[in-house]
Ligand binder design. Structure first.
Ligand SMILES: Cc1ncc(COP(=O)(O)O)c(C=O)c1O
Length: 391
């Protein structure tokens, strides 16, 4: 990366791809029209959206009218959950490790009389299909489980969960924000009724997302005020954002196999170096299926805020998981769900690699990790156990 910084926070957001930026330039200059306008400028913008929708439908193996463009995955998830408010209250199944864009709408629904089961995970952050099956009730209206977790990278058994939903005749929602472009996404094999995607995680722009609604399902519009998206979402379309999402998805899919192998090798090098050279580190989901770009480590007796500060000062951008949770000293809800011994709960950090990550950057990240962790471990020993009691 230029500027001497090393960016290893691709699960938070990826830099827009230069090819994507080149592709959308016309829609911010000559082809600026409103897609709802009948004149030529408007029709050019309309054609751009149609082309983007067709491209994304090809990649997702779905029909064009199953795609609804939104302002991001958060809106898309809210759309699904709040769409359920139109029905009499019932029961929903989700997991403790979903993004807040799932958990908060669920909590909101609970206030309106809905009952929600939040399924636990094991130490690898994995949801058990048997637990999903056991949680099903006659009044269950939705099963929701993310494909890959943003913090740990754990890939969930969505095929099995989708099969349970199919057998019980219950709609299945999956949040594929983190897996899309990194590993295979197969909506038909998972029996997904709804799925959500976000552009900025794959080299598109922030503020664009996609809600897949299978043709046999229907959702009440959340945003009213226009007939855009076949009446499914009011508001003038974000033409450049939509074109960017389609182009970013096309590039990500074309590069996926090569990038997955390359990033896994780099990730594994970093992981092996950490485990060899440092003490007190536990890799989350090391034995489970996980995203090839993600390394989640918890350190015994260390504090992730101090770790992150050390990395930032050293020119390396990493995270302790969810960007929304940063600034808080408590472990994220995902780390809390892992059932770690108390001494590990505050020491989580996530390295997430991407398109721009190089072997030199990983070397530098390893060198700095060793230096920062050893320094904090020494500092802790010198401070003595009393000051840190209760950690
Ligand atoms: C798993 C997951 N779901 C949903 C979202 C929300 O996506 P957006 O930023 O498009 O609203 C994110 C982004 O942080 C995410 O990682």
């Amino acid at each position: 990366m230029s500027s001497g910084r090393v960016y290893l926070d691709y699960n938070a957001t990826a830099p827009p791809d230069p090819e994507v930026i080149a592709r959308i330039r016309p829609y911010m200059e000559a082809d600026f029209g409103n897609p709802s306008s009948l004149h030529r400028e408007g029709q050019r913008a309309r054609a751009a959206i149609n082309g983007a929708r067709a491209g994304l439908a090809r990649i997702l193996h779905c029909q064009e009218n199953e795609i609804l463009f939104t302002s991001g995955a958060t809106e898309a998830l809210n759309h699904v959950f709040l769409g359920f408010l139109q029905q009499p209250a019932g029961h929903l199944i989700t997991t403790q490790i979903e993004h807040l864009a799932v958990l908060e709408p669920c909590r909101f629904l609970e206030k309106s009389g809905w009952s929600v089961t939040y399924l636990p995970v094991d130490g690898d952050g994995l949801v058990s299909p048997a637990a999903v099956r056991q949680a099903v009730r006659p009044d269950t209206r939705l099963i929701s489980c993310m494909h890959a977790n943003n913090e740990t990278g754990t890939v969930q058994p969505v095929r099995e969960i989708g099969e349970i939903a199919r057998a019980a005749g219950i709609p299945f929602l999956t949040d594929a924000v983190q897996s899309f472009g990194k590993i295979s996404v197969d909506l038909a094999a998972w029996n997904a009724s709804f799925a959500v995607f976000s552009a900025h995680k794959i080299g598109g722009l922030k503020g664009t997302g996609l809600l897949y609604v299978r043709r046999d399902r229907d959702l009440t519009s959340l945003i009213r005020g226009g007939h855009q998206e076949r009446g499914g979402r009011g508001g003038t379309e974000n033409v450049a954002g939509i074109v960017a999402m389609a182009e970013a998805a096309r590039l990500a899919e074309a590069r996926r196999a090569g990038e997955a192998a390359r990033l896994k090798t780099l990730r594994d090098t970093l992981e092996a170096g950490i485990l060899k050279q440092l003490t007190g580190a536990r890799v989350t989901a090391g034995g489970a299926e996980r995203l090839p770009n993600t390394l989640h480590v918890v350190w015994e007796h260390l504090d992730s805020e101090k770790l992150l500060m050390g990395f930032d000062l050293a020119g390396i951008a990493i995270s302790n998981g969810s960007a929304c949770d940063s600034g808080s000293v408590e472990p994220s809800h995902v780390v809390a769900a892992l059932g770690l011994p108390d001494s590990y709960r505050k020491g989580a950090v996530r390295f997430s690699l991407g398109r721009g990550t190089t072997a030199e950057e990983i070397d530098r990240a390893l060198t700095e990790t060793i230096r920062i962790v050893r320094h904090l471990q020494k500092e802790r020993v010198h401070a003595g156990p009393v000051k840190h009691a209760g950690n």
